[in-house]
Write a protein that binds this ligand. Structure first.
Ligand code: SIN
Ligand code: MN
Length: 199
């Protein structure tokens, strides 16, 4: 089922359980090569979300600011974006252009992500595609400027969101995780993948 909320296209239940397991296995292989780390905000505060990435670029943050980098903090290049994940991009966007970054966020029971815009990419003409796995997350959608009315929806395991058009630069964030709402991840928590064209 597809619904649109404030310009965000939400494909609820896009991945069935077999697809979710296949994507999870592919993500685990990435994480084995590029372990999760906890970035610091430019203000020196550790983020509550743990991150890693696949693709030519990973997103990174420290006192120098937010940016895309070619290597994991270990100095190794990021692993390739798994084919299963690229297939999701292709099928929801119908674009020939492929993303260069698959950011992988892990939310434990306490993690959240404040309202922000995705604006570290060179062009805002490409959508950002988000894939949710594991526990449900309360996703808040705002406007292209800070403030104003927001709407929230619980994203479930297998849901895919396309942030394009008017929603590409809209503020969004994750208020909280519903711990124990999914059995996909044996240790619980929520994984979110975001696919981005960077160059
Ligand atoms: C993000 O905006 O990078 C993540 C969104 C989400 O976790 O659903
Ligand atoms: Mn974002």
């Amino acid at each position: 089922m597809k619904l649109t909320v404030k310009g965000f296209d939400i494909h609820a239940g896009f991945l069935d359980i077999a697809d979710q397991r296949a994507v999870l296995a592919a993500v685990r292989a990435v994480v084995a090569q590029a372990p999760f780390f906890r970035p610091e905000t430019p203000y020196g505060k550790p983020m509550s979300v743990r991150m890693t990435a696949a693709g030519r670029y990973g997103w990174y943050s420290d006192k120098k600011g937010y940016r895309y980098v070619s290597d994991h903090p270990s100095g190794q290049p990021w692993p390739a974006i798994p084919a299963e994940v690229l297939e999701i991009w292709r099928s929801v966007t119908e674009l020939e252009r492929t993303p260069e970054c698959c950011l992988i966020n892990y939310y434990d029971a306490e993690a959240k992500m404040g309202l922000h815009q995705d604006r570290d990419e060179k062009s805002m003409d490409w959508p950002v595609v988000s894939v949710s796995l594991g526990d449900e997350g309360l996703f808040r959608m705002g406007n292209v400027t800070r403030g104003g009315k927001t709407e929230s929806i619980w994203l479930r395991s297998g849901d895919v969101v396309v942030m394009g058009g008017a929603a590409r630069l809209a503020y969004h964030g994750v208020d909280r995780i519903r711990s124990g709402s999914s059995t996909l991840l044996p240790k619980g928590g929520r994984l979110n993948l975001t696919l981005r064209v960077v160059d």
